[in-house]
Design a protein around this ligand. Structure first.
Ligand code: AHR
Length: 649
């Protein structure tokens, strides 16, 4: 059969933001993930103050290591309480003539500590000398407790104030599940807090920065946007635990830690040691977007906590602070340094505005309660910033009554972008390849903000990132691309998962302490993003292209076509979900000349259950080859491989 591609008349623009990524601190995505801090519970603010720490040693006696609280008067032995702080707890160490083996504190890391051989590690601590002379010996340990790197920190200031000091040293060997031991030498009383360890090789070498290998995976995708910081963590288990961006700025020791929403029993595999340190805050997210050339898309709480949990609501007459947070965020991101929040940004080292164009209000919120809260945000934000594009939530059920109600309301409200989420079986994705063909072309646009094919069932812990799921997503995405007039943004979710600490599967990218691999789904996303094009072309099967019948499931083939005006190329994307090869001729209409060769990037596997892994990270990954084109007929005849996704330029 012949498939006609009409090159003469592009049918719609493809937004530069079309394919992006959705980041959330789930599955140890931020703390223990892209945030390269290696010490768990560095500030002793977890619910159990010594969680992650083990105190040990021959001379250990009661009272040697005591948790103190700056907000408790008695903590300072007769002195006045210190001013209220976001990081009230610290540890008081008391020793007498201590030497190696007498008293130590060992941190287990998030899921162990990944240590690379010969790399510099930066250890730092906030300390206050109460009396005497105590030295800190810092040892990196391997799984057998052998020392694989060490440094000594001798406090330089003894004036009873808090001071930060750092010591750097190189590791002598690598380890997947290392630890950090600090042992104390001498006699004295020393207060310590913010015990921190970072590797030298962070993203762009920034001290206290992000894990470079994970960020590189994102940079390689050239995403059009980064949605952050979630997800459910935006909403919080209750409103107290919602994400508040203003609390994520400034010195890390002043950022108040909260429990992570994925610590709760509602998580599929809850992690009791999961907290948000906010070492990675809004400035860092904006900077990440800038680094990788993606539009920032922050999502803010709309005055509603997670409706799957407490469904706590802020009363309408108390919504103002929430709206003000949104207004201030826009000022923080875009205004010049003469404004209050523009100045905050500049003082944090980024005088240049971030040029924020999108803002989300609410994540997976629904019902009339959402509509009435959203209306207040919409009025306030649009009055002040008419060109800002607001992303509005449409809940989690792409086919149900709740969705229809909300979608209707949001369209009446002329929402800029409606955020649709779908975690469904692979069949759903194939059946929905034409989902947007019938959506109205005018009015609200769609942000397909969270979705992933589930090999077992929605939110099952048995879901796999297998080739069947990835291929069904590739097929579905031809429908998103074909409908770029309606769908302006799309992102798979969740993005990252730590193999030893996940709460949700499937996920786009899997990591352990030292390694990272992209799933077959990752390669599908990457291929779409790197081959986005600028305009949709009509691609139809049949004798007459005016049939207007897209190739969306006939003979198990799904295809779309785009034009890239920057390179003058036609880009075809073809998913063959059957186990049979399919011969097709792609006829390019309305073009004067075609090149004799194109490139075919092929992602395929005969086995639907094929997965990538740390050991076989590129089992399902793209392979590029040249493909001949008939210049006389202006046509490309090819056999589309079984169970494959092809991108042809
Ligand atoms: O992506 C995982 C979760 O799925 C998100 O936090 C939430 O928005 C959705 O329910």
């Amino acid at each position: 059969p012949v498939v006609r591609v009409n090159v003469a008349q592009p049918v719609a623009d493809i937004q530069p933001t079309m394919w992006g990524v959705f980041f959330e601190d789930i599955n140890f995505g931020a703390d223990g993930g892209i945030y390269a801090e290696m010490v768990k519970n560095r500030s002793f603010e977890f619910f159990k103050p010594l969680m992650g720490w083990k105190v040990d040693g021959k001379k250990r006696t009661e009272g040697d290591v005591l948790i103190q609280n700056r907000q408790t008067p008695s903590a300072n032995a007769g002195t006045q309480p210190e001013k209220s702080t976001n990081n009230p707890r610290y540890v008081r160490i008391t020793t007498s003539n201590a030497s190696q083996g007498d008293l130590s504190m060992t941190n287990e890391g998030f899921k162990g500590m990944g240590i690379k051989p010969g790399l510099r590690y930066d250890f730092s601590v906030l300390y206050r000398v109460q009396s005497g002379n105590l030295k800190l010996h810092v040892d990196l340990l391997n799984a057998k407790d052998d020392v694989v790197g060490s440094g000594v920190l001798i406090p330089e200031q003894s004036d009873k104030g808090w001071h930060k000091q750092q010591v750097s040293f190189k590791s002598t060997a690598g380890e997947q599940k290392g630890k950090l031991r600090i042992w104390f030498e001498g006699t004295g009383v020393l207060d310590v807090d913010m015990i921190s360890l970072f590797p030298e090789d962070t993203w762009k070498g920034r001290p206290g920065g992000m894990r470079a290998d994970m960020i590189q995976m994102l940079a390689d995708m050239k995403p059009g946007f980064v949605r952050f910081p979630g997800g459910c963590i935006v909403e919080g288990h209750d409103l107290d635990q919602r994400y508040q961006w203003k609390k994520t700025l400034g010195p890390v020791e002043d950022r108040q830690l909260i429990i992570n929403r994925w610590n709760f029993e509602f998580a599929h595999r809850p992690a009791p040691d999961y907290f948000q340190s906010f070492g990675l805050g809004f400035l860092e997210y904006f900077q990440l977007c800038e680094d990788i050339g993606a539009e920032p898309l922050p999502i803010l709480n709309c005055g509603m906590a997670c409706q799957f949990n407490t469904a706590e609501l802020v009363p309408m007459d108390q919504l103002d602070p929430y709206v003000q947070d949104a207004i201030d965020l826009i000022e923080f991101a875009n205004a010049d340094v003469s404004t209050k929040w523009g100045k905050v940004r500049a003082d944090l080292g980024h005088p240049k505005p971030f040029n924020l164009k999108f803002l989300g209000v609410g994540n997976e919120n629904w019902g009339p309660q959402y509509v009435e809260r959203l209306a207040v945000f919409q009025k306030a934000l649009k009055d002040k910033y008419p060109t800002l594009r607001l992303v509005c939530s449409s809940g989690t059920d792409p086919n149900g009554e709740r969705f229809d109600f909300l979608n209707g309301k949001l369209r009446e409200m002329k929402a800029d972008l409606i955020d649709e989420h779908y975690y469904r079986r692979p069949e759903w994705f194939l059946q929905n390849a034409r989902r947007y063909d019938t959506y109205p072309r005018n009015g609200s646009k769609v942000f397909a903000g969270e979705w992933a094919a589930q090999s077992d069932k929605t939110v099952s812990v048995d879901n796999k990132n297998n080739w069947q799921c990835a291929l069904s997503e590739a097929a579905f995405m031809t429908g998103l691309e074909r409908n770029a007039a309606v769908v302006n943004m799309a992102s798979y979710a969740p993005l990252f998962a730590h193999a030893d600490g996940w709460q949700w599967t499937p996920d786009l990218i899997w990591v352990d302490n030292l390694r990272v691999y992209g799933t077959p789904n990752y390669y599908v996303q990457k291929l779409y993003s790197l081959n986005k094009g600028t305009n949709v072309l009509s691609l139809t099967q049949g004798p007459v292209w005016k049939d207007n019948e897209p190739l969306a499931g006939q003979d198990s083939l799904y295809a779309s076509a785009a034009w890239d005006k920057a390179t003058n190329e036609v880009i075809l994307k073809i998913a063959n979900v059957s186990d049979k090869a399919q011969a097709r001729t792609f006829q390019f209409d309305g073009v004067k000349k075609v090149a004799a060769n194109g490139t075919l990037t092929l992602l395929k596997n005969e086995a639907l259950d094929a997965v990538n892994s740390f050991e076989n990270a590129t089992k399902v990954s793209p392979v590029e080859q040249r493909i001949p084109v008939d210049v006389k007929k202006k046509a490309l005849s090819m056999t589309v491989a079984p169970r494959s996704f092809s991108v042809i330029r």
